[in-house]
Design a protein around this ligand. Structure first.
Ligand code: GLA
Length: 738
């Protein structure tokens, strides 16, 4: 307790050993219980102080053992709400850590030792994380625990932010013994919530169907959301919300927990025999076994927790602000994002400079601001079977090189972007022929192919260095404004030929650390480049990536009806500026569904707008429509990308979908409504707006109609489909009357 902080956000009651982190919105309270066990007391709306009301009810529960150093049969770690539960020492719930000692014992029992306060937020070396620009914006409590038998110290870090309903947590283990130990599991955080009914809201999905919002009541036993794919994955985002059953978009209490990490994650929710819920979150214990040498330490990734009393929209808005301002680090984090056109669905691998020129000639007059050359510009890549790893230009396709394409693009007044897939390698590549041992794989065992690709062993620094040098050779020479960073498969045979058996269990985490290292070096070296994450669409849409790249491609699925769900689900956590959305062709490339340009435009304009089509092939009518979309989007881009976003009606629940954007001063609002299926004799449907100033009069600029903010929020607007056709969109812009 060395530091005295002004306007402290953290109170420490040294008598009771209770720690209270608070700001105007939230309180988080933890305390030291009998036997120096660290107990969880409270996380929720702000309280002024704590007077002991969360002393846990002591009951002899039978078959719940007692501490070796007490004789109190009513006190057991098996039912005590805790902050970081041990293993094999009387708490039968999910452990936060499993540590294998040199003698093979897997017992873990951390007891409170000390605490300290730090101004701001300490840096977690080599990991993505939240940060603050000014130390006064946050304070950190570090609670030190110790397992005396193992000789291991655990530092639990809790950061509270002055202006946000956010607590971030992480854990660090320091081996102060004389021997190495093996970490089989080290969660970033754990917390036991009191007995209450809870819904778990998660974001499962699949390729081209990412982040489908799912909500289920927690029952007894363990519910687990995880990825074992070496990536945060299309299949389960590293996020969970725990909501009171009556919580909806606008009201009710909800706690969100987001892991800032892009590799294997594990979120477990255990409803114990007395109805308490244990939330554990961190790197997945699957394929994880970290040898911690004497004197070494291990830092977990960070979890960002939000507490909202204003429903899911309140939680999402807190995440949007946090990720946009204090996770993303790019200079673009608050800049208008350029409207781009990408050649992937226009040409796939079949392009040359003339084809590119025709797209540029057609796109520039439409007002599109950036051209992105996607896959196929390097090595001898003409399909997806070769050349990953050979990051030099394909001279057969582009004899004048990339500088020529960059110049052609810049000559049109557009920015130039380029696609890379740095982490993977094709067997048919010069890099593979030179370094067949640079690939993840187990000796004498076949390697699983996926999209005919192998994964480079990024756990090894010389592999990362090689890719860094290849990429800088391009980026130092060619003026490039944007990079799309792809990763088109998941990890298998996770084994590094250059590691040794004692350290093999470290490979999947070391792989991600290698990826972060490359991203750190490139984003630092080229601050002028806007980076966009991608992984076969949205296979790595996570907060870890956002630390390096302020936007990400959420899905290869451009069908606007499917996108309603993908973007709605993604917005639960991630800011709109990060969610890129492109107008594709009709019929849609993947699904084959036909939709109007208006529908496709309205969905894409609800994110960071772009185009995924051949502008040269557009009809005149479509060109006019695109031109109008671009003009409209430029007018409202600030509002969409940086306004406050409200989900109004969910595609997971209703045929009418609605969302809106409100400017911070509440003087402007943009409402999007979508009707999925038309109907003969449709039921009248009213959409009520949100987030407006009730006292303000707003003008709907298309019709010049005036409405009170209160009217729009209480009476709403009819969004009944006037026509019977399917897949319709309406866009309304409101401006406060001055
Ligand atoms: C992934 C991306 C696509 C495109 C292709 C290129 O699937 O999501 O947008 O870049 O790779 O191979």
């Amino acid at each position: 307790m060395a530091v005295t902080l002004q306007q402290t956000l953290i109170d420490i009651d040294e008598q009771q050993l209770v720690f209270h982190l608070h700001n105007d919105q939230i309180s988080y309270i933890l305390g030291v219980e009998t036997g120096n066990v660290l107990a969880h007391l409270y996380f929720g709306p702000r309280v002024r102080g704590y007077h002991g009301e969360r002393q846990y009810p002591r009951i002899d529960r039978g078959f719940s053992g007692n501490l070796p150093d007490t004789t109190d049969r009513t006190y057991s770690k098996d039912d005590l709400p805790q902050e970081y539960g041990g293993n094999n020492t009387g708490d039968y719930r999910q452990p936060a850590a499993i540590i294998r000692a040199a003698n093979g014992a897997r017992t873990v029992d951390f007891r409170y030792q000390d605490c300290r306060l730090e101004a701001g937020k300490p840096d977690l070396k080599g990991l993505p994380q939240t940060y603050v620009e000014d130390e006064d914006e946050a304070q950190t409590l570090i609670v030190t625990l110790r397992d005396a038998t193992l000789g291991i110290t655990l530092e639990l870090a809790y950061t509270i932010y002055r202006e946000r309903p956010v607590i971030t947590r992480s854990a660090r283990l320091i081996n102060q013994s004389e021997q190495a130990v093996d970490l089989e599991k080290v969660a970033s955080m754990q917390m036991d919530l009191p007995t209450q009914p809870l819904d778990a809201i998660s974001l499962p999905g699949s390729y081209a169907r990412e982040r489908q919002l799912s909500r289920e009541r927690l029952n007894r036993g363990v519910t687990q959301f995880e990825s074992r794919r070496g990536a945060s994955s299309h299949h389960m985002n590293p996020f969970v919300a725990l909501a009171a059953p009556n919580t909806n978009e606008f009201q009710g209490n909800v706690l969100g927990a987001l892991l800032i990490y892009s590799g294997n994650h594990q979120i477990s929710l255990e409803r114990d025999p007395i109805g308490q819920t244990r939330l554990t979150m961190g790197i997945n214990e699957y394929n994880f076994d970290w040898r911690l040498a004497a004197g070494d330490s291990f830092q977990t990734p960070e979890v960002a927790m939000v507490y909202s009393t204003t429903g899911l929209n309140g939680m999402s808005q807190a995440y949007h602000d946090l990720l946009r301002d204090w996770v993303a680090r790019s200079r673009y984090k608050r800049e208008p994002r350029p409207i781009l056109i990408n050649n992937w669905e226009a040409t796939y691998f079949d392009f040359d400079a003339n084809k590119v020129q025709s797209i540029l000639d057609a796109a520039a007059p439409l007002g599109i601001e950036m051209f992105v050359l996607d896959d196929g510009w390097f090595g001898h890549r003409n399909d997806d079977n070769s050349s990953l790893g050979d990051w030099f230009v394909n001279r057969n396709k582009l004899p004048e090189g990339l500088a020529d394409i960059s110049k052609r693009t810049h000559d049109k007044g557009m920015r130039f972007g380029l696609w890379f897939e740095p982490e993977n390698i094709s067997a048919d590549s010069e890099l593979y022929r030179a370094h067949p041992d640079w690939v993840l794989g187990v000796p004498d065992r076949g390697r699983t192919l996926s999209r005919n690709e192998y994964v480079l062993d990024f756990s090894q620094s010389d592999v990362v260095d090689n890719i860094f040098e290849q990429m800088t050779a391009v980026l130092d020479k060619v003026p490039i404004d944007y990079i799309k960073w792809d990763m088109n498969r998941n990890l298998t045979e996770v084994y590094s030929p250059h590691s040794d058996s004692a350290h093999e269990g470290e490979t999947s985490h070391r792989f991600i650390l290698g990826v972060y290292d490359l991203m750190e070096r490139l984003t630092k070296r080229y601050p002028q480049i806007l980076f966009e994450g991608c992984s076969g669409g949205g296979g790595r849409f996570d907060a870890g990536l956002m630390y390096y790249m302020p936007q990400s491609w959420p899905s290869d699925n451009n069908d606007p009806i499917e996108r309603l769900k993908i973007q709605y689900g993604t917005s639960l956590v991630y800011p709109i500026s990060a969610i890129t959305a492109h107008v594709g062709t009709s019929p849609d490339e993947l699904l084959g569904r036909s939709t109007s340009m208006k529908m496709r435009g309205a969905v894409a304009m609800s994110g960071t707008l772009g185009y995924e089509l051949d502008a040269a092939q557009l009809s005149d009518a479509d060109k006019q429509a695109v031109k109008a979309q671009v003009v409209f989007y430029k007018q409202h881009r600030e509002l969409v990308q940086y306004g406050t976003f409200y989900r109004l009606e969910s595609p997971f629940e209703s045929n009418t979908v609605a969302w809106m954007f409100v400017s911070p001063d509440q003087k402007e609002a943009l409402l999007f409504t979508f009707v999925i299926l038309g109907a003969v004799q449709p039921e009248p449907h009213i959409t009520k707006l949100a987030g407006l100033d009730p006292q303000q009069t707003y003008v709907e600029t298309d019709t010049n109609k005036m409405y009170g903010g209160d009217e729009l929020m209480q009476l709403g607007l009819y969004t009944t489909p006037v026509q019977t056709s399917d897949f319709t969109a309406q866009v309304h812009y409101f401006k406060a009357k001055d």
